[in-house]
Ligand binder design. Structure first.
Ligand SMILES: Cc1cc2nc3c(=O)[nH]c(=O)nc-3n(C[C@H](O)[C@H](O)[C@H](O)COP(=O)(O)OP(=O)(O)OC[C@H]3O[C@@H](n4cnc5c(N)ncnc54)[C@H](O)[C@@H]3O)c2cc1C
Length: 445
């Protein structure tokens, strides 16, 4: 069992005090598993991946599906992220992708990631999910004049190689259509890109899955999976479910416990969000904050932000390395200082909400969607912090794989195959520390 972080971060009983939880009621929507059952497929994890997979299995393929979630539906990262639908789900430069996978597979990867954005948007439309969809593109902002050339190059590569619609803005131009502040030295935009209330979106998919016949159980943590006579025996809340196929959809919250073949492949990284009180019109004007599009400051230790529909300001960044409630509070104080350094006119603005969650980084630096060889265990994880774009689409791809005989998906190689296990997995946080120190150094140069 992984003890990388403090137990506080794995407290499945306690909902995080997120702003999103204050916008919609998540209480008592689903039952807890309390009896033995059978199903063809059991999905473990009730985030975008698990619910989208379960929804597709039930609705498109008429499969008999049970979904088990350890917290309440909405507990995981899918219910507490920043709601940015951005691309690509990889922590790798395009140059590196070209070298490692070739141009064709990289182009297919970008095509798939755009399909991902469209899949998220179409799901919202198809199921009429009211999730405060806003924005028509994503912005990437240069935090210093030195970064502007890089931004221009990225915009050019996206357009030339992948046919993505991009636009470059000088500092002055972006001040007219985006915002001002201390770390704005020009920007680029790309489409598609938008933002949502992530929890409302998740509850919408859950509702659609339930209507399609998926049996959803919350507060039903899977403690153990055994195999007997070719069937999986899944143990949760003292009850047993027998199934032919299981899906690992636990992403960053996986604790290296129930799927030994998938252990030590994920580096869970804490990501934090703070949200201000609603800003006044004067305060918004003071930094010319005109846009509702998601914005990414492209430092190596990046941070991101957006203005919400009630004029609160959301600011997100990488989190701490401890995982306790105390460290979360301390991190939120640091982030408040960071935010106010960038937007100094908001110095007197209070923070109303702060919380955090786990994202999944892997040694592959791109997602993994597939099936364990010679077994009926299916997996999808490692979105490198881009789950709004990727997880619902991946869940749907996984459903195709589960029902097909070919066991091969027509998607880019960047999504295929498992990442290699971390060497000396107990040192994962040490590796992260080293990477962060390096990024900090790079940001100073
Ligand atoms: C603070 C923060 C901000 C983020 N911002 C963005 C963003 O703006 N845009 C973006 O694209 N991505 C963002 N992400 C990443 C995104 O939220 C994830 O990539 C995505 O939600 C992953 O979805 P998932 O369904 O795979 O995992 P999750 O939503 O984490 O779901 C996994 C579920 O598995 C459950 N589980 C774990 N173990 C068990 C078990 N033994 N039995 C039963 N259930 C179990 C957990 O309770 C959890 O609910 C952010 C993440 C965080 C933490």
């Amino acid at each position: 069992m992984s003890n990388l972080y403090h137990n506080d971060i794995y407290n499945f009983e306690k909902p995080v005090n997120s702003y999103w939880e204050s916008t919609i009621d998540t209480k008592n929507k689903y039952k807890t598993l309390d009896k033995d059952m059978n199903a063809n497929v059991v999905v473990i994890g009730g985030g975008y991946t698990g619910l989208s997979c379960a929804l597709s299995l039930a609705k498109k393929y008429n499969e008999d599906v049970i979904l088990l979630e350890a917290g309440h539906i909405g507990w995981g990262s899918s219910g507490r992220n920043a709601g940015f639908c951005c691309i690509p789900p990889a922590k790798m430069s395009v140059k590196k992708m070209f070298n490692k996978y070739g141009k064709d597979e990289t182009k297919k990867f970008f095509q798939n990631t755009i399909e991902g954005s469209n899949f998220t948007k179409n799901t919202i439309k198809e199921y009429n999910i009211d999730c405060d969809l806003t924005g028509d593109s994503n912005y990437e902002v240069a935090p210093h004049p030195n970064y502007f050339d890089g931004i221009k190059k990225e915009a050019e590569t996206y357009k030339k190689e992948f046919g993505i619609e991009t636009k470059v803005f000088s500092k002055e131009e972006f001040n007219e259509i985006g915002h001002g502040g201390n770390e704005q030295y020009g920007a680029m935009s790309y489409k598609p890109g938008f933002a949502i209330n992530p929890l409302k979106f998740l509850l919408g998919i859950a509702n659609a899955a339930k209507n399609a016949g998926v049996k959803i159980f919350q507060k039903s943590k899977v403690m153990k999976i055994e195999k007997s006579k070719g069937k999986f025996i899944i143990i949760s809340n003292g009850s047993i479910i027998k199934a032919n196929k299981v899906v690992m959809a636990t992403n960053g919250f996986y604790k290296d416990d129930i799927f030994p073949k998938l252990n030590n492949m994920i580096l869970p990284v804490i990501s934090n969000i703070i949200i201000t009180r609603p800003l006044t019109t004067e305060e918004i004007k003071s930094h010319n904050f005109i846009t509702n599009n998601p914005v990414l400051n492209i430092r190596n230790l990046l941070f991101y932000y957006r203005l919400l529909k009630d004029n609160r300001f959301l600011f997100g960044a990488r989190g701490d390395l401890v995982g306790s409630e105390k460290s979360s509070l301390e991190k939120s104080k640091n982030m408040e200082l960071q935010m106010k350094k960038v937007f100094p006119d908001w110095n007197n603005v209070n923070i109303d909400f702060h919380w955090r969650g786990l994202i999944a980084i892997t040694t592959k630096f791109s997602p993994s969607i597939g099936k364990i060889e010679d077994d009926e265990i299916y997996y999808s994880f490692g979105y490198q912090a881009n789950g709004v774009n990727t997880a619902p689409w991946s869940g749907n791809e996984l459903a195709k794989l589960i029902v097909s005989n070919s066991k091969n998906l027509n998607i880019s190689k960047l999504y295929k195959g498992l990442p290699s296990k971390f060497p000396f997995p107990k040192l994962r946080l040490f590796y992260l520390k080293l990477a962060l120190a390096y990024y900090k150094y790079m940001d100073k140069n």
